[in-house]
Design a protein around this ligand. Structure first.
Ligand code: GTP
Ligand code: NA
Ligand code: MG
Length: 458
C-alpha cells in the first residue's frame, strides 16, 4: 500500500500566471464561488487563501474515478489554495505566494499563449524548484467547442469535431514551442512520457468547468505520490501574515497562512507592526467555512487549536498596526519574546531601506505591505516620485507629513490612498492647509487620478 504512517499536512497550491488568464475563475469553478465577479475592475490585487476540503475534491473529480477511486484513498487532509494577482506590478505577491507553496498551477490562456508574467512565473517556480501543472485555460473559445464538464478532458477532446481538434492542435503546438523557448518540455497529462522530464498540461475551461476535474485529480495524484516527503507535517512553526482587517464586532484581526506547525488560543505571538514589533496573545482562532476565500468571507468556525497548512483569521488585541507579508512567530517560552522581536526589527529595517524614498514626492498609503509595494512599483514605472509611505488609514498626522511638500513642490503635497479609509478630521485638515487626497481601490485608477491632476495644475 502507498499509505504512509506519517501525517501529511494540506498541500499549499499556488495559482500563478499572466493577467486575465483565468486564475481566480478557475478557483471560483472549483469552490463554486463568485470571487472574481466582485473584484474591483476584475483585477486580483491581493493574495487569497482558501481551505478546500476532501469532500469538494472528491465531488469535483467524479469523472476521474480512474485516478481517484475511493474516498479512503486520500492521504492528504485537503488543499490550501493560494490565488495571486497577474498584473505586472504585483511581482512581490507572486513571489510571496510561490515562496511557501508545494505545487503550483500555471494558468495559460490558450488563445494568447505565454505572456510576460507567465514567463516571470516560470522563472520564480524553477528557481525555487517548485513543481507545477499547466492549466491551458479558455478552451471553450476554440472554434465550435462542444462543452462537457461531466467527462474527463481526454474524452471531451476526442469527441470534438475535426475542425475543433485542428484548432486545438494548432494552438497546442504553438504553445509547446513557446515553452521549449523557455527550455521546458511540456505534454498533455495523459500522453506525458515521463513526468520527471515533462510538465503536464491539462486543457481547461474555468467558465464551463471542462477539464477542471482532470486538473484537480492530477494535483491530488502528484501530492500523494512524489510530494509526500515534502508534505510530512512537522511541528516547527512557519506562518505568514497575509492581511489586516477591521471587522465589525471583532475589532482588528489578521489573516494568516499557517504553513507548518500549530497555533492555539492563548499563544503569545510576535508580528511586525508599523511602529515596531507587536506582542500579543491569540484570543480566538477562526477558520473560514470550507471553500470560502479568507480575504472575502465572513463565515467562520472557531477552534482552540489549528494545525498547518491552513488559512486562519486571528483575533487579538493591539493588531491595528500590523504589517502584512511578514512572518508570525510564537514565543513558547518567555525568553523567546525578545529574540523574535529582534528578528522582526531586522526584517523591517531591511524592507523600509529598500523602498527608496525621494526628497520631493507624493505620500503613499495602502492597506497592506504587499499592495504598497505593488503601488510603489507602479509609481516608479510612471515616473512619479514618492517621499513618504505608510500602511493603514489616513490620519491627521499623515496629512501633516505630506504637507512638508507644500514648500518644495505643490503638486506633491498629495496623499495617494489605495484601498484605505480617510479619517474625517484628516480630510478636513487637508482641505484647510491645501493637501490633496486621492483615494481609490483600483490601483491603476488611483495612479491615473494623480496623472490627470498633474496635467491639470501645470
Ligand atoms: P488577474 O487576477 O487580474 O491576473 O486575472 P485572473 O488570471 O484571475 O483572470 P480572471 O479569473 O479575472 O479572468 C479574466 C477574464 O477571463 C474574466 O472575464 C473571466 O470571466 C474570463 N475567463 C476566465 N476563464 C475563462 C474561460 O475558461 N473561458 C472564457 N471564455 N473566459 C474565461
Ligand atoms: Na482578472
Ligand atoms: Mg485573479
Amino acid at each position: 500500500s502507498h499509505r504512509s504512517t506519517k501525517i501529511l499536512r494540506a498541500p499549499i497550491i499556488c495559482v500563478l500566471g499572466h493577467v486575465d488568464a483565468g486564475k481566480t475563475t478557475i478557483l471560483d469553478n472549483l469552490r463554486q464561488t463568485h470571487v472574481q465577479d466582485n473584484e474591483a475592475g476584475g483585477i486580483t490585487q491581493q493574495i487569497g487563501a482558501t481551505n478546500v476540503p476532501l469532500e469538494t475534491i472528491y465531488k469535483r473529480t467524479e469523472m476521474c474515478r480512474k485516478m481517484i477511486t475511493r474516498k479512503d484513498d486520500f492521504i492528504i487532509p485537503g488543499l490550501l489554495i493560494i490565488d495571486t494577482p497577474g498584473h505586472e506590478i504585483f511581482k512581490n505577491l507572486r513571489s510571496l505566494g510561490s515562496s511557501f507553496c508545494d505545487l503550483a498551477i500555471l494558468v495559460v490562456d490558450i488563445m494568447h499563449g505565454l505572456a510576460p508574467q507567465t514567463i516571470e512565473s516560470i522563472e520564480l517556480l524553477t528557481k525555487r524548484q517548485i513543481p507545477f501543472i499547466i492549466a491551458l485555460n479558455k478552451i471553450d473559445l476554440l472554434y465550435d467547442w462542444k462543452s462537457n464538464n461531466k467527462e474527463n478532458i481526454e474524452l471531451v477532446l476526442q469527441e470534438q469535431s475535426q475542425i475543433t481538434k485542428n484548432h486545438f492542435e494548432k494552438r497546442y503546438n504553438d504553445i509547446i514551442c513557446q515553452f521549449a523557448q523557455q527550455n521546458l518540455n511540456v505534454a498533455l497529462y495523459y500522453k506525458n512520457p515521463d513526468p520527471n522530464e515533462f510538465y503536464s498540461i491539462v486543457p481547461t475551461s474555468a467558465r464551463s468547468g471542462d477539464g477542471m476535474g482532470s486538473l484537480i485529480a492530477l494535483i491530488i495524484e502528484k501530492c500523494q505520490t512524489t510530494l509526500t516527503k515534502r508534505l510530512t507535517y512537522t511541528d516547527e512553526l512557519q506562518a505568514t501574515v497575509m492581511e489586516v482587517k477591521s471587522n465589525y464586532g471583532y475589532g482588528t484581526t489578521i489573516d494568516i497562512v499557517l504553513i507548518n506547525g500549530h497555533l492555539s488560543v492563548g499563544d503569545k505571538i510576535i508580528i511586525a507592526g508599523q511602529e515596531g514589533p507587536i506582542v500579543t496573545q491569540i484570543r480566538r482562532l477562526l477558520i473560514p467555512e470550507s471553500n470560502q476565500e479568507l480575504r472575502v468571507t465572513n463565515q467562520y468556525q472557531t477552534h482552540e487549536k489549528v494545525k498547518g497548512a491552513c488559512g486562519i483569521r486571528i483575533l487579538a488585541t493591539d493588531l491595528e498596526k500590523s504589517m502584512v507579508g511578514l512572518p508570525l512567530f510564537v514565543a513558547r517560552q518567555t525568553d523567546e519574546i525578545d529574540y523574535f522581536k529582534n528578528e522582526i526589527e531586522t526584517i523591517l529595517k531591511t524592507i523600509l531601506n529598500s523602498m527608496q524614498l525621494k526628497e520631493k514626492g507624493v505620500y503613499v498609503q495602502a492597506s497592506t505591505l504587499g499592495s504598497l509595494e505593488g503601488f510603489l512599483q507602479l509609481l516608479k514605472t510612471s515616473h512619479i516620485p514618492y517621499a513618504g509611505i505608510n500602511i493603514g488609514p489616513v490620519y491627521r498626522k499623515d496629512v501633516i507629513r505630506a504637507s512638508t511638500q507644500l514648500e518644495k513642490d505643490v503638486q506633491f503635497a498629495t496623499i495617494l490612498a489605495f484601498d484605505v479609509k480617510i479619517e474625517k478630521d484628516a480630510q478636513e485638515y487637508a482641505n484647510t492647509i491645501g493637501v490633496k487626497i486621492f483615494r481609490h481601490d483600483e490601483i491603476y485608477r488611483l495612479c491615473d487620478m494623480f496623472i490627470s491632476y498633474q496635467e491639470q495644475i501645470k
